[in-house]
Structures are given as structure tokens and as C-alpha cells.
Design a binder for this molecule. Sequence first.
Ligand code: DP6
Length: 321
Amino acid sequence: MKVRAVSPANIAFIKFWGKADPKLNIPFNDSFSMNLSGCLTTTGVEFDGGLKEDEVVINGESAAGERKQRVVEFLDLVRKKAGITTRAMVESENNFPEAAGIASSASAFSALAMAGSRAAGLQLPTGELTRLARRGSGSACRSVVDGFGYWRKGNSDETSFAVQMADEKYWDLVDIVTVVAEERKKASSTEGHAAAESSPYFKTRLANLPHRITEMKKAFKEKEFGRFGELVEEEAVDLHMMAMTSRPPIWYWNAGTVQVINNLREWRSDGLLGFATMDAGASVHVICEKKDVEKLNRKLQELPSVKFTIINVAGKGTHEV
Ligand code: DP6
């Protein structure tokens, strides 16, 4: 039986950075994100007794090396859960360009978790599906639920899973993914996680996080956008400060990143509210309310370092298609 699932990428408002258990992808802190309605991965999986090894096709190309290995190891987890040894055919497509610098591991592993487990005959409850997705890529667990996902860090495979904070209709927040020119090859988020603890600011951030999370939850509940955005930007700057001061230092920002952040600050002082957050890349996710999208998007596109933008509202989580 072939099963196809579609799943969104997500943008983290509170970030996952550093792994308490790298094998199980158990984080040091809770994290919180919004699904991106316009950045989707569709994955089909079929277990086939005639195959000698797993076949993995990503965006029309046969995958090999590390990229394939990561999928095969994930399928091994699914096989173990289902009590089978059959190999599988996996086909995966992203609807967003690789050049956008949006990490595809969250959408990819959440789609694979659903399509793979169902193709293997498993019907996992949501919590368990988020745990399975987490094993592929930590942030993938938050993409499983609709709208806004919250990952409770836990301290074991069983206790580290994602829940829904609110569905996609709760608040008309928008993420304008603002793609700036890439100047050099960036470090993967996996490398960043491994270096996180070496930053002198690692412990300081962890100590400050519970307060920031409480404040952010409050602003989210009250839909107080100005406060919410401030906290989102503060968290992103903290994370990147940690990356920049880890050993080895990792700089995801480039001149374009800084240009967008500076302009957002200026526009805010004129009453136009857009806040910056960045994941493991130079692109800036500009978080705003729906009423300001058109104006902000136009202004962003006028900046010399901006290549293109992708507009996202809060999206559905992983589902079968
Ligand atoms: C900066 O989930 O991509 O986007 O588990 O190694 O695949 P792996 O890491 P990943 O890390 C995400 C890092 C981040 C912040 C976030 O999404 O929470």
C-alpha cells in the first residue's frame, strides 16, 4: 500500500538549539513554532517485498550518501516499530526552492513519519507520531499538529513530544520569508546543535528561557502583537549570539540579514510592525499581522539585498493526501 502525506516547514518563535541527547533528539529547552502554509513537502512511501534496498528520490533525483542514509535509518525505526523488514520506495518533493534557505528537514521528516508509519500498517496517535518525527529531525515534531506547535522537551524518548498551542485559525500572523543573497556555504543546524554548549552564553540563555516562554505564551494568549514580536526577535538574536560565540563560531547572518533587521527597526519606529527571526540560515522570517503584509512585503522587496519573498500564514499540520 502506498501512502502519501504532506507536511509544512515551521518557523520557531522559541528555538531548539543544542541537544541533551543527540541520538534521540532530546532538546535542552521547550520550543514553539508556527507552520508555514506555503512551504510544503509531499512524501510517498511504499514498502515493497521485491526491493533489495530502500530507494529514495528527493525532488526528482535519486538520493545517495548521507542524505539517503538519514532516510534509511529513519525507515529502520519505522520497520522496528511495525515488526517488518521490507524495504521501501520513498519519493519526496518540496514546493519551495532550495535557494530559499528554508530548512526542509522539519517538513520532510514529519511527512515521512506519517507516510512511512501508515504504509507500514501503523496508525499512531498524534503524540506518538510527533515523537517519531522528532527522531528524524527535532523540529519536525512541531510540524505534525495544525497551526502552532509546542515541543515539550521532556527527558526521554517517551516524554519529549509536541502538542498544539492553537490551531491555524487562532491568530492571523504572517511570516514573510525574506530571502537574501547567500554569500557562503552555511553550517547545518546539526553542526550548530553540536557546538551550542561551547558558547559562554549557553547557560545564560537557558536560565532566561522559562521567563521568556511565560511572557511569550501570555502575549500569544492575549494576542498582543507588539510584545509578542519583541520577544520573538529577542529570542532569535540570543540564539544567533550563541552560534556566533560557540567553538567553532557559526555565523548564519550576512550583510543582507543585517540590512533587513535594521530596516525593520526603522519601520517599527514609524508604527509599521514587523519583527525578525532567523533559523540556521541568512534568510529573515519577518513576522507581522495580516493587515501589514502588503506594505511590508513591498518595502522588503525594494531592499537591494532581498532576492525574493514567500508569504505564509499559519498552516495545517501533517496530513494524508
Ligand atoms: C534553528 O530540527 O533542523 O531551526 O534535529 O539536527 O535536524 P536536527 O535539527 P533541526 O534544528 C532546528 C534549529 C532551528 C530552530 C528550531 O527550528 O527550533
